[in-house]
Ligand binder design. Sequence first.
Ligand code: SF4
Length: 295
Amino acid sequence: IQEGCDKFCNFCVVPYTRGPEYSRSPEEIIKEAKDLILNGAKEITLLGQNVNAYSSQNKKGEIYKLSDLIMKLQNLEELKRIRYTTSHPKDMSNDLVHCYKKTKKLMPFLHLPVQSGSNKILKSMNRKHTREEYLSIIQNLVKVRPDINFSSDFIVGYPGETEQDFYDTISLIKEVNFINSFSFIYNPRPGTPASNLKEIDKETQKKRLITLQNLLEDIQKKENKNKVGELKKVLIENKMKNEPSYFGRIANSTPVVISNGNEKDIGKIIDVRIESYNRNTLFGVKENTEREAAA
Ligand code: SF4
């Protein structure tokens, strides 16, 4: 629904390669959503480079923000789940935060890249938000939707990152309890402002990445372990290749494999009792097999 980026983070080539932010018309998106639903879609993910910067006019000249689009889509009865990705903290406006209260069809999961927990590094990256502003967005979201979970992106070993800056990132991860995330060692991109900065040594970068990824993995495993025994609403997506199990996702997007599914479950939201887990996936059995669970 949206392309391009106007943010110009100092390490990123996207604003140069993809150009400025551009949003498709709301009418076009709503029509496409209706067509998908007619074809059986139960879940829609609104995609954009900076999806929450979405802004477009309809034919009457009314401005649609991402929150307006979500509220329009949630009126479509057969649509059960709405997601969007990827967001920038700067565009996490109050109207969007309040969508999580206004419609339960907006799934309680948000991928919100932060990159670093250190204000010094965030400034050097030109991220246009502070650690405190990021945490305040998280707190506001938790206030309106207590069951919401988060994931993020992290760049480790950015030029100038000290041990203290790194531990600021570690403490932010512990504070937010991200359920999964992407993390990378800083890699200079030719032509970006950050590529002119002095890099820190590779060994330190590697060590820090391992520390950070171990922490993310521990949190993810703990979160999955906590779900064992719980009954979860799972949207079944497909049968798994070369095995009799079926694959789906719970509201926060965690994958679930169920052992007693069948073809009729595909495209339905069913009750699944979680029995075991590994780092990335939950394993369970469906309950109430005779009726389709409500979203
Ligand atoms: Fe834009 Fe994201 Fe690249 Fe920053 S990191 S410039 S927000 S695409």
